[in-house]
Write a protein that binds this ligand. Structure first.
Ligand SMILES: [Zn+2]
Length: 207
């Protein structure tokens, strides 16, 4: 079971760490603010990367092996470059946000370091690994739309998830379903309280 291998606690704590470093917490979350917290990480669109390297966006899609986004790891300098294809998602900010958060997830989960010398492709990209993809998705979901805040923010439907957190329609439906399951089966943890308290401190609504 892939799900059982996901490091939920580790990822929850990574999100908490990011929230504690953000100057303010506003939804939908601006992932560029999160990337700015990582000193060894830069962000670039496929368009810009193509322009700099004098190639086409189709070439970038081939290099990344993805139409949406990828991260390049420079192993010798321990530096990351997140590439996202904003052109192909120009009218879908939800998908853009998710792609960027997913790529930050790979970095925060240390998938590149774990893979270094074993399963990084020759040119420094991650080789597809289902566990890593699940972890990056769990990170993205928790970063962008954390369950502990749903009650406080009066989230009562997938539409509310979409309006508040700026996820795509599809991701919002899935996230709300997951929330209902989560709400049923969980006991309150200190992590939840920490997320709530940080939001009360740095959020943009009057409570
Ligand atoms: Zn991925």
């Amino acid at each position: 079971m892939i799900h059982n291998m996901i490091r939920y606690l580790f990822i929850n704590n990574s999100v908490l760490q990011i929230y504690s470093q953000l100057p303010q917490i506003e939804y939908p979350l601006d992932v560029n603010q999160v990337i700015a917290l990582l000193p060894n990480c830069r962000f670039m669109t496929y368009d810009k990367f193509a322009e700099i390297n004098n190639c086409s966006v189709d070439d970038v899609i081939q290099i990344c092996e993805s139409k949406t986004g990828c991260t390049h790891y420079e192993i010798d300098n321990n530096r990351y470059l997140i590439l996202c294809n904003n052109g192909s998602m120009s009218n879908n900010s939800g998908r853009k946000r998710w792609t960027e958060a997913h790529e930050v997830g790979h970095i925060m989960c240390k998938h590149f370091e774990i893979s270094a010398y074993s399963s990084l492709s020759e040119n420094g990209f991650l080789v597809n690994n289902p566990k890593f993809e699940s972890e990056a998705d769990y990170f993205a979901a928790t970063l962008l739309a954390p369950f502990p805040l749903y009650k406080l923010l009066n989230i009562q439907s997938a539409i509310d998830v979409q309006d508040m957190f700026g996820l795509s329609t599809e991701a919002s439906l899935y996230r709300f379903k997951e929330y209902l399951r989560w709400k049923k089966g969980h006991r309150k943890t200190s992590w939840e309280n920490d997320i709530i308290n940080l939001y009360k401190l740095k959020g943009n609504i009057l409570l």
